[in-house]
Design a binder for this molecule. Structure first.
Ligand SMILES: *[C@@H]1O[C@H](CO)[C@@H](O)[C@H](O)[C@H]1NC(C)=O
Ligand SMILES: *[C@@H]1O[C@H](CO)[C@@H](O)[C@H](O)[C@H]1NC(C)=O
Ligand SMILES: *[C@@H]1O[C@H](CO)[C@@H](O)[C@H](O)[C@H]1NC(C)=O
Length: 187
């Protein structure tokens, strides 16, 4: 009896840090399970954190993703292949939108630290809208066709934001603190 109780206490202490299914369970809560899993599994920190830390990792993923798209669009804008000046301008504007998106995501990390998850959610929602702003810039020029290379990048940034929102929705801070404390104890 006493040993059962001891095992129970022990499992409280090491769970969920040692729970190999924690990331899997968290990603199940989002609309993009595979994307969530692949990004979280590729960051070694993810094994030692709970929902709050996983959100932070996804924020860093999203920041990198938006920044990469911004860099790509800037280089396209500068490339000699796009000599048509309207396209150059549109690509530059789109590069700016994705750059703002990256900045906004990076800013949201500080609200996560302050445990203001409503603010993080507001930021993530706004970030998901920047790709639409880029699309709208294209729409202002009827002769320009939205580049097919942008669509998958647009999609991935939106999906990353959606994953962030999905995880946030299921965070209860008191519970998260408790789990973090247990992780701290067992790591
Ligand atoms: C892992 O995630 C953290 C945020 O928690 C980030 O600072 C770090 O750069 C990420 N590492 C890699 C290899 O992406
Ligand atoms: C952004 O997301 C796309 C789709 O998931 C992926 O192919 C690409 O490598 C990502 N870029 C970065 C910098 O994470
Ligand atoms: C774009 O301009 C550069 C330099 O002015 C020129 O060498 C190149 O051939 C042009 N490219 C196209 C696709 O018109």
């Amino acid at each position: 009896m006493a040993s059962t109780f001891f095992i129970f206490l022990l499992s409280l202490l090491i769970f969920p840090c040692a729970d190999p299914n924690y990331i899997h369970k968290t990603c199940k809560l989002t609309n993009h399970y595979h994307l969530c899993l692949s990004f979280l599994n590729s960051n070694s920190t993810s094994a030692n954190v709970v929902a709050h830390g996983l959100t932070l990792i996804m924020i860093s993923v999203g920041t990198a993703n938006a920044t990469a798209t911004s860099t790509y669009l800037s280089s396209q804008s500068l490339s000699s292949a796009s000599n048509y000046s309207a396209l150059k301008r549109v690509l530059k504007e789109c590069a700016d939108k994705y750059s703002f998106a990256g900045d906004a995501l990076q800013d949201s990390a500080q609200y996560l630290v302050l445990k203001n998850n409503d603010y993080v959610a507001v930021h993530a929602t706004a970030v998901a809208d920047y790709p639409n702003a880029c699309r709208n810039v294209f729409n202002r020029f009827p002769r320009l066709i939205y580049l097919s290379e942008i669509a998958p990048r647009e999609e991935s940034l939106k999906e990353i934001c959606d994953v962030i929102l999905g995880i946030l929705e299921h965070i209860g801070w008191w519970r998260n603190d408790f789990l973090n404390f247990r992780c701290f104890v067992c790591v």
